[in-house]
Design a binder for this molecule. Structure first.
Ligand SMILES: [Zn+2]
Length: 486
């Protein structure tokens, strides 16, 4: 049993003791046992100054499984998530083949063999049963995001009848309980915006399913980096600033017309935030996220980090970066997501035109965001937890763990009224344990981002060597310590 004495509950500031059965710890990072071994037996830690919060949730990750597991896999991606303090992630559908709910027709297509050899005939089914098929226990929970278009090709909307049974709360008699663990909770063609030719069909699909449309709000046919002084200095074709706004404005109009909830991914420009602010003021069902790199970096970073600062949408101007921080501070931004996008360093070495877009983010997101937003004086520690835990969980249709409600329900009622409460996770009821996702945070820890220590297979991040403040120390799911660096 691991006992954390005097830990602070994130939203009420109540000081409690937390007991976690540590025998089932899935993996760790930096053991503290006297003999250097992992946490085992009874360990007590003075957790004064540490914070207990609902686990982080990221509704925007790419784990490249099936199809591109040389970049990342469900195993390495989930490990990266757990080590970053995340308990829940939403897997984007640009797997290979794409996660569109269709039965794989061509066994020779890229990635198809991985799915078929595991005994499944669709990517959704493969990911539903990943743990059992690969004989692994993944350390975080995950939901699935289904494609908006078949093959994610933008030509024909996906067929609701082909994936409806994977939605939460839909019972057609074919589901086992394992399938229910990884429901389809959103629709997206992430990697691309929904194409104009199927826009009406996709909004109809979102409406019929009741799911949120998660929109990659960026479309450009040419250009590799933000258009401006930096693109001219690098002599790389530029992407105009309004390529994001065009999709944002189009979808806001559609949301007004249909009532469908649209969530905009990785918003990066002042003009888009203006449009979203106005849509929210109008009461439209619009939410948005931004990513750590848009609040921490501008396109100037291309000069320092090269293609490690190449992403889509591109890093924009310093004025846009400041507008991003302002939109976080004033509540226009609903949540923070990483867009964790693993690529190999060989791929990233291809130069500005050829290198793939995107960076990994799960393992330093909290440190980067805490340093820039909380230490920078823009938001409070509590607000950062809302942006990284509470709001993303709700976007995925789940309730974040309410620590105080857990204490009220599960602590010993015979205790003295003024005594410090003890939350013993080994003793919580089964139905309660299922929903628990927690993170232990050291909000004051100063550390240096070292990509070589990441659990992700990938190293593509511009944040290597950054000194940041704020470190997740343990990730708890159910009664288990899923990850620990205590
Ligand atoms: Zn993405």
């Amino acid at each position: 049993m691991l006992t954390l004495r005097n830990i602070k509950v994130w939203d009420t500031d109540e000081i409690i003791d937390l007991k976690v059965p540590a025998d089932g710890t899935l993996f760790e990072d930096g053991a503290r046992g006297a003999d250097g071994s992992a946490v085992s037996g009874d360990v007590e830690i003075d957790a004064t100054g540490l914070t207990l919060a609902p686990g982080f949730a990221d509704p925007h990750v790419h784990f490249r499984d099936p199809g591109q597991t040389y970049k990342e896999s469900m195993v390495s991606g989930c490990a990266a998530a757990a080590s970053g303090g995340y308990t829940d992630v939403l897997i984007m559908p640009n797997t290979v083949p794409a996660m569109d709910g269709e039965t794989i027709a061509d066994p020779g297509a890229p990635g198809a063999r991985e799915v078929l050899d595991a005994g499944y005939d669709s990517v959704i089914d493969y990911l539903q049963h990943y743990g059992a098929a690969h004989d692994v226990t993944l350390p975080v929970r995950y939901d699935l995001c289904v494609c908006a278009s078949k093959g994610r090709a933008g030509r024909e909307a996906t067929d609701l009848e082909h994936w409806r049974r994977y939605m939460p709360g839909v019972d057609d008699g074919s589901k086992d309980t394992y399938q229910l663990a990884h429901p389809v909770t959103a629709i997206s063609d992430d990697g691309s915006a929904v194409t104009p030719e199927i826009l009406d069909d996709v909004f109809a699909l979102a409406k019929a399913s009741g799911l949120t449309l998660i929109e990659h709000c960026e479309h450009h046919d040419t250009g590799a980096v933000n258009e401006g002084p930096v693109s001219r200095e690098l002599n790389v074709p530029g992407i105009p600033e309004d390529t994001e706004l065009k999709v944002v404005a189009r979808d806001i109009a559609k949301a007004r017309e249909t009532g469908v909830h649209v969530h905009f991914q990785h918003v990066s420009t002042a003009i888009s935030f203006e449009a979203i602010r106005a849509a929210k003021a109008e009461g439209l069902p619009i939410t948005c996220e931004t990513a750590p790199h848009y609040l921490a970096l501008s396109d100037e970073a291309l000069l320092e980090y090269g293609t490690l600062a190449k992403m889509n949408p591109p890093l924009r101007s310093e004025a846009d970066r400041k507008a991003t921080v302002a939109a976080i501070a004033d509540g226009t931004v609903d949540l923070l997501a990483t867009d964790h996008a693993p690529h190999t360093m060989e791929e990233k070495a291809l130069g500005f035109l050829e290198a793939p877009n995107g960076i990994i983010g799960l393992e330093c997101a909290y440190g980067v965001c805490h340093s820039r937003l909380v230490d920078g004086g823009f938001i409070s520690d509590k607000r950062l937890i809302e942006l990284m835990s509470v709001e993303p969980m709700r976007l995925m249709g789940h309730e974040p763990t309410d620590v105080t409600a857990l204490l009220d329900r599960e602590t010993d009622a015979s205790q003295e009224p003024d005594a410090k409460r003890v939350l013993d996770l080994s003793a919580v009821r089964d139905e309660t344990a299922d929903g628990i996702g927690l993170v232990v945070l050291d909000t004051a820890a100063e550390w240096t981002v070292d990509p070589e220590r990441f659990h992700s297979k990938a190293r593509n991040t511009p944040f290597g060597g950054w000194k940041v403040t704020g470190l997740p120390l343990a990730t708890i799911i159910g009664r288990n310590l899923a990850f620990s660096r205590l």
